[in-house]
Design a protein around this ligand. Structure first.
Ligand SMILES: C[S@@+](CC[C@H](N)C(=O)[O-])C[C@H]1O[C@@H](n2cnc3c(N)ncnc32)[C@H](O)[C@@H]1O
Length: 221
């Protein structure tokens, strides 16, 4: 059961009763998404690029996706977005988040009208945006494709430690192109070591409100 809950910046998040955790920061869902994934991830990786491929771990409500879709549309960047989700929400729950207010009507309607089909196969939402939401766990996810950016947005290590094991981090990192960018809201010594072991250089960046630091890592090779 997921319960809609307001966060400190006025945007909503969901509280997942089974896991015992919110989908976003209680200090501000919208702020966190913009700070960690759009600013430190997408804007950083797409400067001077006309196309970008993103792999997200944990599609959830689609907040990171709609903000990415809008940013790429405004900046004429071709977006190829794949987001792994083991427990997809219903369209009804996603609509209750109120996130329609944060993007244009057109972006929201392109997203909502394609969401169910994107769980089955890749959908073309606009001339500049493709979306696919593989309905699987990260551990079982396989593809020959390599991505420019990974948004690692799993539930926290306290609530889902298996999503932060060295093996699963290494599995996720294997889908990134050389020179690609890995971003996540979290930063621990164990995570830094796991990412470094896969040939990444790491940066500690200021975290979203409520978190001192976050991790951005660049794949070598
Ligand atoms: C922190 S939330 C993601 C929030 C999301 N990015 C958003 O913008 O709403 C974590 C997500 O990971 C999903 N998840 C949990 N276990 C997973 C697994 N083993 N593989 C892939 N996704 C998983 C959850 O269902 C949830 O949607």
């Amino acid at each position: 059961m997921n319960i809609i809950t307001p966060t400190a910046d006025g945007s909503n998040t969901l509280y997942n009763e089974t896991i015992g955790e919110h989908y976003h920061s209680k200090h501000g869902a919208l702020q966190e998404s913009k700070h960690v994934f759009i600013d430190a991830g997408l804007k950083f990786a797409s400067s001077e690029q006309s196309e970008i491929s993103i792999l997200e771990v944990g599609f959830g409500t689609g907040l990171n996706f709609i903000l990415s879709f809008e940013y790429c549309s405004e900046n004429h960047i071709n977006l190829d977005y794949t987001s792994i989700e083991a427990f997809p929400l219903t369209t009804e729950v996603i609509e209750q988040t109120g996130y329609a207010a944060y993007v244009t009507e057109e972006i929201w309607s392109d997203f909502i009208s394609n969401y169910d089909n994107a769980l089955k196969t890749q959908q073309t939402l606009s001339p500049l945006c493709k979306l696919e939401i593989p309905y699987t766990t990260l551990a079982e996810f396989e593809t020959d494709k390599k991505f420019d950016v990974i948004y690692y947005d799993a539930f926290s290590v306290q609530h889902q430690p298996e999503m932060w094991s060295d093996e699963i981090i290494s599995h996720a990192c294997s889908f990134l192109k050389p020179g690609g960018t890995f971003v996540t809201y979290a930063i621990t010594g164990k995570l830094k070591r796991a990412v470094k072991a896969n040939g990444f250089t790491i940066e500690k960046l200021p975290g979203a409100p409520g978190k001192r630091e976050m991790l951005r890592a660049t794949k070598g090779g």
